[in-house]
Design a protein around this ligand. Structure first.
Ligand SMILES: Nc1ncnc2c1ncn2[C@@H]1O[C@H](COP(=O)(O)OP(=O)(O)O)[C@@H](O)[C@H]1O
Ligand SMILES: O=c1ccn([C@@H]2O[C@H](COP(=O)(O)O)[C@@H](O)[C@H]2O)c(=O)[nH]1
Length: 248
């Protein structure tokens, strides 16, 4: 995106903030959410409520499309492909990001992994912010979405580690059993990662090996975000909590 578009103000008369939009991709359980959390922590955002945050994080999972009853039945048996681009509502995703870039307040449903549905009764309100992180397995797949990001990060964690994290997470937090998790992983998650997610690594500006364990990479990214936001003269309360150690 050009600087003139990023700096443009008062689109639709809503707000003069055009946030710095960061895409964070990587395979399932690579640590995308954890990396975003670390970035927010280092930018001093965790103890603020949603309306006061200068840095906000949105999950691509909020943009899964509604399933038909037949598709829900398949999903309950681990037979629906949630890792294919067709599982997402690309238009809603793009329009929401454009609204965010225009400084509008947007309302986004949370995703219910147990029932494979969007929770329209549990809506997150995203207020205009300085920095918006958008994380998900296919955030760089759709060209019209990809081209909206000012910075693109790819969390590159080895596939054995990702599977070892996904199995307990899906069983403990997403209401699955072991057989279902392994079948879904073998039939859909792994092949779709290779076909749709992994090839988008080439679009990343920064590749983060080992995810949230890579403190050096996260600190450098945080400093870069600070530089950019400071350059825009829109530092409304962001301060770096942890500075990287200096090399002597
Ligand atoms: N560096 C790490 N070390 C150990 N566990 C981690 C690490 N990063 C993430 N996890 C765990 O792995 C699981 C998936 O991480 P998460 O950040 O949610 O990945 P993603 O958002 O890419 O799916 C979570 O249970 C999380 O607590
Ligand atoms: O109903 C659903 C929706 C999604 N999934 C799986 O979630 C991951 C994406 O989330 P990560 O946090 O990046 O792991 C994707 O691989 C889907 O397979 C699901 O199992 N059920």
């Amino acid at each position: 995106m050009s600087d003139s578009r990023r700096n443009s103000c008062k689109i639709n008369g809503s707000n003069n903030k055009t946030p710095f939009l960061i895409g964070v991709s990587g395979g399932t359980a690579s640590g995308k959410s954890t990396v975003c959390k670390r970035i927010m922590e280092k930018l001093g955002q965790v103890n603020k409520n949603q309306s006061e945050r200068q840095v906000v994080c949105i999950s691509q999972d909020s943009f899964y499309r509604d399933l038909t009853q037949a598709e829900i039945t398949k999903a309950e048996k681990g037979q629906f492909n949630f890792d294919h681009p067709d599982a997402f509502n690309e238009i809603y995703m793009k329009e929401t990001l454009l609204d965010i870039l225009a400084g509008k307040i947007v309302k986004i449903p949370t995703y219910d992994y147990k029932n494979h549905t969007l929770r329209k009764d549990e809506i997150i309100t995203i207020y205009p912010a300085d920095v918006v992180l958008f994380e998900g397995i296919l955030v760089f797949y759709f060209p019209e979405v990809r081209n909206l990001f000012h910075m693109k990060l790819f969390v590159d964690t080895d596939s054995d580690t990702r599977l070892a994290r996904r199995v307990p997470r899906d069983i403990n937090e997403r209401g699955r059993d072991l057989e279902q998790v392994l079948n879904q992983y073998t039939n859909f998650v792994k092949p779709a990662f290779e076909e749709f997610c992994s090839p988008t690594k080439k679009f990343a500006d920064v590749i983060i090996p080992r995810g949230a364990d890579n403190v050096v990479a996260i600190d450098l990214i945080v400093l870069h975000i600070m530089d950019i936001v400071r350059g825009q003269n829109r530092m409304n309360g962001i301060q770096v909590i942890a500075q990287p150690k200096r090399i002597k």
